[in-house]
Ligand binder design. Structure first.
Ligand code: G1P
Length: 297
């Protein structure tokens, strides 16, 4: 029987320089879409997919993340005294049981592959998920859950995949497709951020992965790749040669690149409009704004 995927790694060690000065004193993952930090979207998605152990690979200056997932006795006592039960319930989704969450430090910024490798002892010999919180995915069935369901059929290594415009391929890991079965593709090669004009396709890796423990072994061996960093893409590509068990999964949903300012704003607008408590007021405001813009043109 296939082992259940119960562990997920969240690489959150990045400096977030694209969001300076905000990220001078707060981790990027604590920045909010409407009223929830980016990291909460990632955690909710992981929980929906059956993840029970949450492994954060952090760096200096990320302690606000640890506080975020902790209990807040004073705040909770005040809310209880004031009978604010709805807010108390909301806070529950931020709490993690002791032992369910682990924090590891990546003490040098050597790349995404290195960050994942930092968690090797906690992963041991089990399949695991990786979630990049910058990629926020709005979907009826959360993306990782879609992948866990698809993975039950295939096993092996699976990456979330999405078509991107050709001129954007150099910003992503790109799949070289062997067989295209629609939602599922088998993969015969992977390139991290290919130089312009050399991408094997326009099917890009998006920040959700289900990986076999062999990836940790590969990460141990591979040399630095694109940008002089240890690349997760390279370690997965290695597994194509070793076991030929790498799949791309075209998820259903809308992905927002919250690692970029434009993507973050798009996500803010989309999530704001999808909230019943905000959509009327916010929708009217956007409409007014658009008509002012149209009149000015
Ligand atoms: C990382 C991965 C890349 C992937 C991307 C998805 O790159 O290295 O393969 O396509 O995430 O968001 P980053 O955007 O962190 O540079």
């Amino acid at each position: 029987m296939k082992k259940k995927i119960t562990k997920a790694i969240f690489p959150v060690a990045g400096l977030g320089t694209r969001f300076l000065p905000a990220t001078k004193s707060i981790p990027k993952e604590i920045m909010t879409l409407v009223d929830r930090p980016l990291i909460q979207y990632a955690i909710d998605e992981a929980r929906a997919a059956g993840i029970k152990e949450f492994i954060f690979v952090t760096s200096r200056g990320k302690s606000a993340l640890e506080d975020y997932f902790d209990h807040s006795p004073e705040l909770e006592a005040t809310l209880r005294r004031k009978d604010k039960n709805d807010l108390l319930d909301l806070l529950k989704s931020t709490n993690m049981d002791s032992g369910a969450i682990a924090y590891l430090r990546q003490n040098r910024p050597l790349g995404l592959g290195h960050a994942v490798w930092c968690a090797r002892r906690l992963i041991a010999n089990e399949p695991f998920a990786v979630i990049l919180p910058d990629d926020v995915i709005a979907a009826e069935t959360p993306c990782l859950q879609q992948m866990v369901e698809a993975h039950a059929e295939t096993g092996g290594n699976m990456v979330a995949a999405m078509e991107v415009p050709a001129d954007k391929a150099s910003s992503y890991g790109i799949l070289d497709v062997k067989e295209d079965h629609g939602a599922m593709v088998s993969v015969k090669g992977m390139v991290e951020k290919p130089n312009e004009g050399t991408a094997p396709s326009n099917l890009a890796v998006i920040g959700r992965y289900i990986l076999t423990p062999e990836i940790m072994t590969n990460l141990n061996k591979i040399k630095s790749g694109k940008g002089g960093e240890i690349q997760l893409t390279d370690a997965i590509a290695h597994e194509i040669e070793n076991s030929d068990n790498v799949y791309g999964f075209r998820f259903k949903g809308q992905r927002y690149d919250c690692g970029s300012k434009a993507g973050f704003l798009q996500a803010t607008v989309a999530f704001g409009l999808s909230r019943p408590d905000l959509c009327d007021e916010f929708g009217d405001f956007l409409q007014d704004l658009m008509s002012i813009r149209a009149a000015a043109q």
